[in-house]
Design a protein around this ligand. Structure first.
Ligand SMILES: Nc1ncnc2c1ncn2[C@@H]1O[C@H](COP(=O)(O)OP(=O)(O)OP(=O)(O)O)[C@@H](O)[C@H]1O
Length: 611
């Protein structure tokens, strides 16, 4: 004869609390949800029926914390109580034919009731069913896996609906305390469309006060006298819910998918990947930190969403990552993009704030589709040597020339600016991809800055001057040979910059080749030599500025310690100006050079020296 599975109740409860739910707090969500479903079921047969849910925390005669949850719902008959409350996995809310959860109810799995055993040893259910002639019943379940059900003789005095009464276990009393229940009921139930209230005892009064926790309407559906009032109310809701004042909000409505909500724009920039949102299913909180419901690039907003269409996992704390979720995520992405395309072109205060704060997210957005790339080229200002300019402005003026790192930009900015060369700092994440995409578009010329661009723009000293400087330049070259740095003299503004360091990617490539050649001469024979057009090329070039008084004084100095120290000091400050930072040996060399210069200055004091 076939035998029935046996279920160990405490083992099941342990499984739920440790591996399914995030913690015992979900017991209240499950009970509120059962009450809501019962009220919904009653309203389908009797639309005018009361729809109230009342939660009363208290203590029993033995001093153990208790909680009563009373609903004006459909109630349970004796047979239903026996069948539904004590059978794990049995639910009245599934479609009889398809076995799926019925759309009007939140519950579907038939395990929610078990959650109450995470905090209680005993659950008592008193209920009177709406079924004509049904007797009121009392069902009592225990954590040891036993239950008892009987009909009440005082049936008529029991109101229609159900009261679930929990008595806390010794170690779980705090989950049933008034403050905890009020906080949890607000968290889970504030958007439910029913009258849900928690009784709170007040000092000096025997009668408790009822605190209503549910709002009659979704905050983004409440009617307001003006758009301004609505924005204010939504900002206040965001402050209460997320703890920040948003820059603005974006309405999200996907009627076909049964999704509505609002996305609040964060007041500070955040790093990608931190998008977590508050999601309600059928107006009951699913989770305060649900991910994957918005596209990854939407990390500049926090959304509150209510959905009928998305399926929760059994823990009811995350959403099933199925095709429906995929579709919703895409559709929300389109709404956010449409908002951006409309609002950010408007030059409104909000547009300026959003562009200033979330330019990184907008760069990411531009990689998602062509219309967003259009938007970004039009509205996003980039740092250039000609001040903030959009890519569209740069493109209209001709070529877009950029550096791929902020360091490289800093290195050349002052000189490029003075020569009238417009260089864009493409050092932010996404910029390289963005410019590459732009470069593929017809009509756009986009390229990376080469050091030759600058060298060509810098003025050559006259022939006489070159002769005059030849000896000093040769000495300087020799001194910087160990640093793999060439030295040239040019005249350029600003005259306050005595020297700049240019890095030549071509030269770096040559250096690698030289190294390889010297490491294995016989292997390569003359092959590599044929490529080596100039074996003295260095990877970097120190360009001394002949319009700078300091550089001129150095170039006029006789050979010796002062020349060597002065050159080293200029070279190392050019390294720093280039944003490269000094190695410890270079810092020591700079200190040495300055010490040397001080010493010689003090050894030969000038006439004007007050000392
Ligand atoms: N307050 C209530 N009023 C009427 N019936 C109830 C009530 N609470 C529970 N029930 C009945 O007990 C059944 C089992 O409840 P349980 O919470 O275990 O599962 P569920 O709500 O159906 O699904 P889920 O596990 O998804 O919450 C319900 O389907 C419902 O028929």
């Amino acid at each position: 004869m076939a035998e029935r599975f046996q279920v160990d109740l405490s083992g099941m409860v342990d499984l739920l609390s440790r591996h399914l739910y995030s913690g015992p707090q979900v017991y209240l969500r499950e009970l509120i949800q059962n009450a809501v479903d019962a009220v919904t079921a009653r309203q389908t047969v009797d639309p005018g029926a009361p729809a109230t849910i009342r939660l009363s925390p208290g203590v029993n005669a033995a001093g153990d914390p208790t909680l009563e949850i009373t609903d004006s719902g459909i109630g349970l008959t004796t047979a239903e109580a026996r069948e539904l409350l004590a059978t794990i996995g049995r639910s009245s809310k599934r479609d009889a034919t398809f076995g799926l959860g019925r759309n009007e109810f939140i519950g579907q799995f038939g395990i929610g009731m078990l959650a109450a055993f995470m905090v209680a040893d005993r659950i008592e259910v008193t209920s009177r069913s709406l079924t004509p002639g049904a007797q009121a019943i009392r069902w009592e379940g225990h954590a040891d896996g036993t239950f008892d059900v009987h009909e009440l003789t005082t049936s008529d005095t029991v109101p229609l609906g159900t009261t679930v009464r929990l008595t806390a276990r010794r170690d779980t009393g705090h989950w049933l305390s008034g403050d905890t229940v009020l906080g949890l009921a607000r968290e889970y139930g504030s958007l439910l469309p029913f009258d849900i209230a928690v009784s709170v005892s007040v000092a000096d009064s025997l009668d408790p006060v009822w605190h209503r926790v549910s709002e009659p309407e979704l905050p983004w559906r409440v009617a307001h006298a003006s758009d301004r009032d609505r924005s204010r109310a939504l900002a206040a809701y965001c402050e209460r819910t997320f703890g920040f004042t948003p820059l603005g909000h974006i309405d999200l409505e996907l009627p076909v998918a049964g999704v509505s909500g609002v996305a609040f724009i964060l007041p500070q920039s955040v790093s990608p990947g931190s998008g977590q949102h508050r999601v309600y299913t059928k107006r009951m909180l699913l989770g305060a930190r649900v991910d994957r419901v918005l596209p990854d690039w939407a990390f500049f907003v926090r959304a509150v969403l209510d959905t009928d269409a998305l399926t929760p996992t059994a823990s009811r704390e995350q959403l099933h990552d199925d095709e429906v979720l995929f579709g919703v995520r895409e559709a929300i992405g389109v709404q956010l993009q449409q908002w951006a395309l409309r609002e950010l072109r408007s030059d409104s205060r909000l547009a300026r704030l959003v562009i200033g704060t979330h330019h990184l997210a907008l760069r990411g957005l531009a990689l998602t589709d062509q219309s967003m790339l259009d938007l970004v080229t039009e509205v996003l200002p980039f740092e250039t040597t000609d001040g903030p300019l959009t890519l569209a402005q740069l493109g209209a003026a001709g070529e877009v020339v950029y550096t791929t790192t902020t360091e490289a930009y800093r290195r050349v900015a002052a000189v490029a600016r003075a020569q009238g060369i417009v260089v864009l700092n493409a050092g932010y994440v996404y910029d390289a991809d963005l410019l590459a995409r732009l470069g593929q578009r017809p009509g756009w010329s986009v390229r990376e800055l080469a050091s030759a661009d600058l060298v060509q723009a810098l003025g050559l000293p006259g022939v006489d001057r070159e002769w005059e400087l030849a000896d000093a330049v040769a000495r300087a070259r020799e001194l910087l040979t160990p640093d793999d740095c060439d030295v040239i003299v040019r005249s350029f503004s600003p005259e306050t910059v005595p020297a700049i360091l240019l890095r030549d990617p071509e030269g770096e490539h040559r250096r690698d080749r030289d190294r390889e050649r010297s490491a294995s001469p016989e292997l390569w024979g003359g092959l590599l030599d044929s490529f080596a057009e100039n074996t003295t090329s260095r990877t970097r070039t120190l360009v001394l500025n002949d319009t700078s008084a300091v550089a001129r004084r150095l170039l006029a100095a006789p050979p010796g310690a002062v020349f060597a120290s002065g050159l080293r000091a200029l070279y190392l400050s050019a390294v720093m100006l280039a944003g490269d930072g000094l190695r410890s040996s270079e810092s020591a060399a700079l200190a040495d050079a300055l010490g040397q210069l001080l010493e010689s200055a003090l050894a030969h004091p000038t006439q004007e020296d007050p000392a």
